[in-house]
Write a protein that binds this ligand. Sequence first.
Ligand SMILES: [Zn+2]
Length: 704
Amino acid sequence: MHRLLSVLLTFALAGAAAAQTNPFFAPSPLPFQAPQFDKIKDSDYKPALEEGMRQQLAEVEAIANNPEAPTFANTIEAMEKSGALLTRTAKVFFALTQSNTNETLQKLEGEESPKLAAHNDAISLNPKLFARVKALYDARESSGLDAESKFLLERYYRNFVRGGALLSDADKTKLRALNQEESKLSTQFHDRVLGDTNASAVWVDDVKDLAGMSEADIAAAAEAAKDAGKPGKWLITIRNTTQQPVLQSLANPALRRKVLAASEARGRHGGANDTRGIVVRMAKVRAEKAKLFGFPSWAAYVLDDQMAKTPKNAIKLLTDLVPGSTAQARRDAARMQKLDPQKLTAADWEFYAEKVRKRDYALDEDQVKPYFSLDHVLQDGVFFAAHEMYGITFKERHDLPVYHPDVKVYDVLDADGKPLAIWYADYYARPSKSGGAWEDTFVDQSGLLGTKPVVYNVANYQKPAPGHPSLLTFDDVTTTFHEFGHALHAMFSNVKYPTFAGTATPRDFVEMPSQFNEHWALEPKVFANYAKHYQTGAPMPQELVDKIKRSRTFDQGYALTEYLAAALLDFAWHTRTADMPMVPDAVAFEKAALKGYKIDMAQVPPRYHTTYFSHIWNGGYSAGYYAYLWSEVIDDDAYYWFKAHGGMTRENGQRFRDMVLSRGGTMPAAELYKAFSGHEPSVEPLLIERGLKEPPKEKSKVGG
Ligand SMILES: [Zn+2]
């Protein structure tokens, strides 16, 4: 007895010592509970994640076994308050495994992800807890709950059911095993794609082969080679998507082919970084999970909880656009083919597209880029637009710790000058970062928890060589506005429950605020404010501005076709039923699927091939890549609403903030949008914006 007590005491003391040194064990004392990156060590994550899971399970057990009858407060609100340590830790941990990983973190992610999957199952498959949720749900109409609380209760019930709460014990056991396997495969996929993307960088020995590239880009390639341990050579790193930005300027066709081939072969080299076996197994695992839930396919299960409702609705939106999109791509290809006697391939596309841009629109990226320095784009473009629309202001601060020296931190102040959010910007590519760009939070806004948003944006812009400014392409400019649109969604969040905070909407709505924000990049008063020469400060000549606008729909055939191909590929994998055998050959399957959807253009490969399609295998977009286009229908519709109501004004911005951005997931997205705009979204604005349809003749005046 005494002995046991002393053992317990030792444990308690060890726990106390850990609590003192582990920065996750108490809420951060920094403003808005911003993470203490100066104190966090790699060794802190494991104990904090595991103690966080233990604490949340204890909290959940207490809720499930509460002798009092279930009430909204002692069950649903109590659940919303549970897991504080786990959330605090996991948000930072998964931010860093994406943006600044290392072998220790990758190994830990591999260990902890299946444990987290099991942890989630332990909660959503807890029968006593579900019984309480169900009792409340069944009595919801007479409970007198306010709308947000009632919607939260419905969300809980739905999440439990979708998590397997209604399954038999035997099926629950099967589900747990499938979740474990999926979690392991997903982490493996992530590590292998990162590894193979880094390993696929193309070495260049002779600077002559880089003819066509700008001096700054060549300097950056030399810097990358130096960082990789081979000074005196050049390294072309492979970026996220199939098509590579460098192909726009590389004059050497053999090197162009080599770069594109390196990009497309990711994940199918055989060996330690091959992903083919992982994806075929994952597709099978997901189909089996869907079957347990009573759905014919994973896509049917996923879309049941989205705006689109069924794969059929989403696939229809995509396939309706295939003929127009591929026809436009073919017309563009024919224009480019005239410039070269050699057969135009996918590797040549961007190079000749650039030539056509120069010839027909007299637009040259290298002429444009000096006007898009990252500093101007951010301060005088992105921040300026947000100020015009919402009245908010930004102030860089240097007192908060960061996880990498490239990261910058800003205070976001509301129109009345009060602190609204803290925002981190991490824009430069590095080998420890996954490809692409994204937004997420370290802390979510919640009235219940009294927390305010701590938000971050990550991108992969080429880091300039020392002494050079960071000059963006117009694509990068658009990405900066896009990710900041997500950030605004998180910063303006004004909800009670953390489950509904900011971007916690259906996935096919969540890209709406971000894509909506892209529109302001070309708004005349915004554009004039940021597009200034980085050396002279001179505004971009009007002539060049007009050229950008005129050329905007050029090459949209490629952009839309590569996107549609990837989105349909996602459905090809995820509409398979559990009874179908595992796909024997991922590459052959992909080929046949694209052919089946009549989108198999050799000159326009999918934006992501199956073997490095991180969105669908590890990025939370399985059966969800269509969501960008679904959201685009709505964001273009919203933009046209603005156009019809006086454009970019504080008044319109406030309405959008109050009725859309601040509402998070507190009501069904379709209702939320209709309340804002007064109508169902139409696909017309998208067709016009994409250049697939002529804009209507200007009417004398839009009424109302
Ligand atoms: Zn987005």
